[in-house]
Design a binder for this molecule. Sequence first.
Ligand SMILES: [Fe+2]
Ligand SMILES: [Fe+2]
Length: 198
Amino acid sequence: MAKPLSTLLSSTPAPPGATTAAAPSGEAMFGFLDDCHREMQRQLGLLAALARDIETDGLTPVVRARVREVQTWFNVQAREHHLDEEHNVFPALLASADDEVVQAARRLTQDHAWLETDWMEIEPSLAAAADGYTWFDPAVLRYAVEVFQQLYLDHIVLEETLAYPAARSAIPQAEIAAMGVEMARRRALRESRTVRRS
Ligand SMILES: [Fe+2]
Ligand SMILES: [Fe+2]
């Protein structure tokens, strides 16, 4: 499970001689994004396993409950992760003088659109499964999930090998720190709204 950004921001010790929390907060922001990727890979594994279970075993109460959890995770946390990257990471890459970095940022932005399109095809079947309905074709769902999972995994590799390292060097530490604070505030706001609704 990814640690809350607010925890990472507050728990990272300041380096000796530091006068502000900018440097450790910058590290915390990328640490948080990396943690999101680990959780994303875990959720993709769960989703793929659930699609196989639905095809072989049908909709048991346990499967339905797990489908609902995974559906909610991709609806909320995955979309927030994409927004974090589009607001805070990709702009610096698109402004780079390195053409390889610019091309990668364009591809990653396009990937987000494809991932959203794929998710919009998958999500109605998951919603039906969670509610106990079987009007969808389980084999089609399983194949769609495999395509979704592979695109996501390729996307994460490109971000971790090229995009994040390039962004770490291109964005000033103070700006990264401010972005981290903004991300933590946005999540806290969303969580407080969720608590008020429940
Ligand atoms: Fe991304
Ligand atoms: Fe990402």
